[in-house]
Write a protein that binds this ligand. Structure first.
Ligand code: IMP
Length: 435
């Protein structure tokens, strides 16, 4: 069976692809492989950056779902996503300009829009917080979600209204008072909003036909037997409730995010696949117990090309952390794991794995709450495993991996207590194999 045939079988039904760590584990590649009928992006916004390398080239997607390269697929941006409409338009247009046959797209009419004031308010806050900043991506994510929970702001469906112009400027007027109260430059906001509005006007022709009641559509499609593949943004350890608050994002990358954007209950979800790297990375501030500030960290960074797709910031790198990843997999509802980037460890003599946290006299092989204060204090307890010192890049089945690589995979599987069913050894779609 070819990889594509295997994938057709494996991704049948209602399947969610998330990340059991701090994001950037390679969800885009797995979604690109698994896209069958419908792909739905569930949470976050253009803070996410999905890299997809396929026969058309290498792409960095932010808002457009990674199923876009399959013309038989319907790509949905779900209602739990915060959408900068111009970002979506620009990304979509850039793909169209390359003459790639694209999937059809739908955008949730009830998704909150990210508009110029959100970025401005976020920037003002991050600067004002100084040392206490979160290190956000600067895309306005937190403020769009804040307006949503505050029950104000504009949703994509508003774009369809005949009085949208009036609604936009009314909102701008309200937001400019907030910006002013925060010590910001409100006339700069009016300028930016003016330019944004002009661009939005020309994007409307493309966007309006896509805006619809996606929850009803998803329910009907599922009812009619179509496979639905959810695509998370970020990773479980950045979850607003389960992560080390406040060093989190403002949405739910785990199964809850899938439920929010689709209305599906957990009983209707067949599989939750959590991607996981065989080491850790994190962007932005916040605790990371196994972070390496030495040559090993640099090596992981360089070989793994660990730079943020969205911000270009260097990702912090460290050894694999069992308590954190096991917690991330559990709280995201994972039923199995896709292990990505195994090849990044090809050159290491020895590989360390944090198997527990130590704090004062206590040992924690598992955690049940990733409290920031706790995570700031823990010391990692390591086990050392031998490396395999051989390239795995060309390998396409588990039995052909060097013995120490197989042992390493089996070790992680036993610690996480979930089957590792997919493994990837390179960025390209074909560098993935089923176990
Ligand atoms: P925000 O999502 O821009 O509000 O940023 C909150 C935190 O989540 C920061 O630490 C970001 O670096 C991190 N973050 C947001 N999006 C991603 C992502 O796609 N991958 C990894 N980290 C992310």
């Amino acid at each position: 069976m070819t990889l594509e045939e295997q994938a057709k079988d494996y991704f049948k039904g209602v399947v969610y692809v998330t990340d059991s760590q701090w994001g950037d584990g390679g969800k885009g590649k797995i979604v690109d492989l698994g896209a069958r009928d419908v792909v739905v992006k569930t949470n976050g916004g253009d803070n996410s950056g999905h890299t997809v390398c396929n026969k058309y080239g290498d792409f960095a997607l932010h808002l457009v779902p990674a199923g876009i390269f399959n013309p038989d697929v319907l790509c949905i941006v779900g209602s739990g996503v915060v959408v900068n409409p111009l970002q979506f338009f620009n990304e979509y247009q850039a793909l169209l300009a390359k003459n790639i046959p694209l999937a059809k797209c739908q955008l949730a009419e009830d998704a909150q829009m990210i508009l110029p004031w959100h970025k401005m308010r976020e920037n003002l806050k991050e600067v004002a917080r100084g040392e206490g900043k979160i290190g956000t991506t600067g895309k306005g994510i937190g403020y769009a979600y804040a307006d949503w929970t505050e029950r104000v702001g504009l949703q994509l469906g508003n774009l369809k209204k005949t009085n949208f112009e009036e609604l936009f400027w009314k909102e701008c007027s309200y937001q400019s008072r907030l910006v002013q109260a925060m010590g910001g430059n409100s006339s700069q906001l009016w300028d930016e909003a003016g330019k944004f509005f002009v661009d939005l006007k020309s994007a409307k022709e493309t966007l309006l036909p896509m805006i619809t009641d996606t929850k009803s559509n998803l329910g009907r499609l599922k009812q009619n037997g179509y496979s639905i593949l959810g695509e998370a943004g970020q990773g479980a350890l950045l979850d607003l409730d389960f992560g080390s608050w406040p060093y989190v994002t403002s949405s739910h990358p785990g199964m809850i995010g899938f439920m929010i954007s689709t209305g599906f209950s957990p009983r209707e979800i067949d599989k939750v696949i959590a991607v996981m790297k065989p080491y850790m990375t994190r962007i932005g501030e916040g605790p990371m117990p196994t972070e390496l500030n030495d040559d090993f960290g640099q090596q992981l960074h360089d070989i793994g090309k660990e730079k943020g797709v969205t911000t270009g910031r260097d990702r912090r790198c460290g050894w694999f952390d069992v308590p954190a990843t096991e917690y991330g997999a559990r709280t995201s509802g994972a039923t199995e794991i896709a292990l990505t980037k195994l090849d990044v460890l090809d050159d290491f003599d020895q590989i360390k794995v944090c198997v527990a946290y130590r704090i004062e006299n206590g040992m924690y092989p598992r955690i049940y709450h990733m409290r920031n204060e706790f995570m700031q204090k823990v010391e990692p307890v390591y086990e050392v495993l031998p490396g395999w010192k051989k390239s795995t890049k060309e390998i396409r089945n588990f039995a052909d991996l060097p013995e120490n690589a197989r042992n390493y995979v089996n070790f992680l599987q036993a610690k996480i207590d979930l089957p590792i069913n997919l493994i990837s050894v390179g960025p390209h779609r074909d560098a993935t194999f089923f176990r």
